[in-house]
Design a protein around this ligand. Structure first.
Ligand SMILES: N[C@@H](CCC(=O)N[C@@H](CS)C(=O)NCC(=O)O)C(=O)O
Length: 214
């Protein structure tokens, strides 16, 4: 059985959603990013010395570990090309898709984190929030032609990643005026794979909390 290390309300939701879209049922293990404990007492420093989720443990002979949200999600999608969760590798469509994932990782996901953790000077925070608004505006403009999802009418890894890094309330980036984006987010919220991911996440977080207080 594959194992997936996740943290509460973080980018690991992306991988959960993709796994759910594919009907995979990874064993979930919760990592408390502040307390540094795991729900099954694994030493997370040994799992990922960089200290972050998501981490996927494959069920091959080597029990290979994969990290990096877009890498894990794209790997799962590529194992199931019929799902259309990512375009075929080696095509120009895929290059453009990878460009979009890199944009989401660097211009959105990683821009939110120091803001959420309140690690920035006032000038730095303002600069970073403006960057975020610009990045989300690019997404809003993509959606302006009425497409349901970022690359067209099919839900992909990119859409799961937008959901998994939907942190504008926590980072204070004002984006609710972006109407196409807000309507798109509501479409993602309604997906069964997303609802299931939130439910499973809440359950394993509760198990971990109980274990900590036992
Ligand atoms: N480069 C990694 C970054 C992942 C990341 O920032 N994970 C956060 C949650 S979204 C985390 O686990 N942070 C804990 C920490 O860095 O201490 C990726 O893209 O997956």
């Amino acid at each position: 059985m594959i194992k997936l290390y996740i943290a509460n309300q973080t980018c690991s939701q992306t991988v959960q959603i993709i796994a759910n879209e594919l009907g995979l049922k990874p064993q979930l293990i919760h990592y408390d990013v502040f307390g540094k404990t795991t729900s099954n007492d694994d030493n997370f420093a040994e799992i990922n010395p960089l200290g972050y989720v998501p981490v996927l443990v494959l069920d091959n002979d080597q029990k290979d570990l994969l990290s990096e949200t877009i890498t894990i999600s794209s790997y799962l999608a590529d194992q199931h090309p019929e799902s259309e969760l990512a375009p075929a590798r080696g095509t120009l469509e895929r290059v453009k898709f990878d460009q979009l994932l890199t944009f989401l990782a660097t211009e959105i996901a990683q821009k939110h984190i120091p803001l959420m953790r309140k690690l920035m000077t006032e000038d730095g925070a303002e600069w970073t929030r403006n960057k975020l608004v610009s990045a989300y505006t690019v997404l809003d403009q993509r959606l302006a032609d009425g497409r349901a999802y970022l690359t067209g009418d099919v839900f992909t890894v990119a859409d799961a990643y937008v959901f998994g890094t939907w942190w504008h309330e926590r980072s204070g980036a004002p984006i609710t005026h972006l109407k196409n984006l807000m309507a798109y987010k509501a479409r993602i919220d309604a997906r069964a794979s997303v609802k299931q991911a939130l439910k499973d996440e809440a359950e394993i977080v509760a198990v971990h909390e109980e274990r900590k207080s036992a």
